[in-house]
Design a protein around this ligand. Structure first.
Ligand SMILES: [Cu+2]
Length: 460
């Protein structure tokens, strides 16, 4: 239990400002969030103490205590989410953002959540992973009538077991989740727990995906698998905050998957153990070291590691298509195809014809192509040594010696100590000749082309 910042002035001010005296007599005033930045952890101003999580590009909902019950107010509503700077998407979310605020409580807390529906259609909230009375489970039609537009329903139950959970609608679920309705729920242990370690940093995010046609602003809600915006908490690299740690700290990272496919989450430079799932803590005897763990659809994974290697380490989904921005997938492979001479002829007929991928696709990372308005590039993000050629489900784990406890600010680029970075060979060049070309002329894939997205609206 960390009480260091229990009476932190900033956290107290946030909670106090969000609960006016008028509201105490009625519904709790809903706290709203206008920013997509990562909010500092909310140290609990009331109730039992705990070491709070940091929600990547998100925030924790403040609450009020009412006769020993923790009261929250979620407002389901249309929001505009900044997925990356300059890239805004019409979503449905809670309290001003998608995902909604993280709910943090303590094992044994009685929790009352007011849910106001400001959507144009009915909704519910299902509390994924919770032990609760059947009538509080939130499946519209099965456990309760759905919440009509304009109405407020009340959910109330005891947070019975500690762990990593999430919430989402269970009414017109396919549409409402495709529009971004979801949030995290963390139940902290009430006392020291044999299977739950004390950590110095505790990060949390949800995996979510959208299908936004380049140049448009509203997700296509009927897409099953072919999404083009692969997000952590409705953000894409390089707009996802880095996870910062002081060298030697124990770090927990909680990940939940509300997309339609699995995501192998991979960290560089360190090993971790899966210490818990939405089913609860994993017994220590059942843990093993990993550097990648697959998070399947509807699963949550809680990983822990010791941040003992300084540097800027990649942390990403290992499906390479999920670290890319908006792109078309029906583009033929052009590696090894010589287009010289052909382009000019084609451009007489198709003026916006362009060639891509003759030498691989790395050129795309540096290329500034004309894109439709409100589209983020397929690969983007620049590091100290050039373009990263990544977008989507990618961020960095920044480990530094000498950070202050609880300092989550981006420490900037890592400086490689002299003699510890890959370098160019300055000796004689390799003498092995290139193998002779065996492909006969004319057998390469023919007439493969990619048109600028302004024309086709889809491919780059
Ligand atoms: Cu993925």
């Amino acid at each position: 239990m960390n009480r260091r910042n229990f009476f932190s002035g900033a956290a107290t001010a946030v909670a106090a400002a969000s609960v006016s005296r008028v509201a105490l007599a009625a519904l709790p005033e809903p706290a709203m969030q206008s920013s997509a930045d990562t909010a500092p952890p909310l140290h609990p101003p009331t109730g039992r103490p705990y070491n709070p999580v940091v929600t990547l590009n998100g925030w924790t909902a403040p609450w009020r205590m009412n006769a020993g019950v923790k009261e929250f107010h979620l407002v389901a509503e249309p929001v505009v989410r900044e997925v990356a700077p300059g890239f805004m998407v019409n979503m449905w979310g809670y309290n001003g953002q998608s995902p909604g605020p993280t709910i943090e409580v303590v094992e044994g807390d009685r929790v009352r959540i007011f849910v106001t529906n400001r959507l144009p259609e009915h909704s519910t909230i299902h509390w994924h992973g919770q032990r609760l009375p059947n009538g509080m489970d939130g499946v519209g039609g099965l456990n309760q009538p759905a919440i009509p537009p304009g109405k407020t329903f009340v959910y109330e139950f005891v947070a019975r077991r500690p762990g990593t959970f999430m919430y989402h609608p269970h009414a017109d679920e396919m549409v409402q989740m495709a529009m971004g309705m979801m949030g995290l729920w963390i139940t902290h242990p009430k006392a020291s727990h044999p299977q739950i370690a004390t950590v110095q940093r505790d990060y949390a995010f949800l995996l979510n995906a959208f299908d936004v046609e380049p140049g448009s602003m509203t997700p296509k809600v009927n897409t099953m698998l072919d999404h083009n915006i692969w997000c952590w908490n409705s953000r894409v690299f390089p707009a996802i905050s880095p996870l910062v740690a002081r060298q030697g700290e124990r770090v927990r990272i909680r990940v939940g998957n509300l997309t339609m496919t699995n995501h192998p989450i991979h960290i560089h430079g360190h090993e971790f153990e899966v210490t818990g799932t939405d089913g609860g803590p994993v017994p220590k005897s059942a843990r093993w070291p990993e550097v990648t763990t697959d998070v399947a659809v509807g699963q949550m994974r809680q990983i822990e590691l010791i941040a003992d290697e300084p540097g800027d380490w990649a942390l990403h989904c290992h499906k390479s298509h999920h670290t890319m921005g908006a792109m078309g997938h029906d583009v033929p492979t052009m590696i090894g195809v010589d287009h010289r001479g052909l382009v000019g002829k084609i451009q007489k007929i198709v003026p916006d014809y362009m060639v891509m991928g003759e030498r691989g696709m790395a050129d795309m990372g540096a290329m500034e192509m004309p894109l439709p308005d409100n589209t983020f590039p397929m690969m983007t993000g620049t590091g100290p040594y050039g373009p990263l050629e990544m977008g989507g489900m990618f961020t960095t784990f920044k480990v530094r010696a000498g950070l202050a406890a609880g300092d989550y600010r981006d420490p900037g680029d890592y400086t490689q100590p002299p003699g510890t970075q890959a370098y160019e060979w300055q000796g004689a060049p390799a003498s092995t000749p290139r193998p002779a070309r065996t492909t006969a002329p004319g057998t390469a894939p023919g007439a493969a082309s990619a048109r600028k997205p302004a024309a086709s609206g889809h491919q780059h």
